[in-house]
Structure formats: C-alpha cells, structure tokens
Design a protein around this ligand. Sequence first.
Ligand code: ZN
Length: 71
Amino acid sequence: MIDIKQFSALQKKSKNSFANQRQLMKKVMAGQTVLCPACQQPLRLQTPEQGTENSGIRCKKGCTDIQLDFV
Ligand SMILES: [Zn+2]
C-alpha cells in the first residue's frame, strides 16, 4: 500500500528543489555570486564555448551540477 501522505511530501520536496534550482540559475546567470549549498564554493556557469560538453552550473567539487538546455 502506498502511503499517500509520504508520497505527497516527496512530491512537494522535489518541486521545491526544482524551484530552488531555477532561482539559483537566475542568480548565477545574472552575474551574482552564489555559493554551493554543500561545499560553500562559488558556483560557476559553464557554457559550450568554454570547452565543456554540456552547459551547466557547477561548483568546483561537483556536488552541485545543474544541467542547462540552451538549445
Ligand atoms: Zn559544492
């Protein structure tokens, strides 16, 4: 049996983190300094022009790795 309460809590959680990622993306793309929530290193926007295969927002250690779709 599925625990409905648990399920909706899970859904809520993933929605929140998606909203957080979008907010974070906006800030980084606007040139603001945003620190990785895990390691407190500044997040950097990487684009294919910089020689990386995928666009994304990453920290030095890689605990934050948000893929972006520019195309
Ligand atoms: Zn990190």
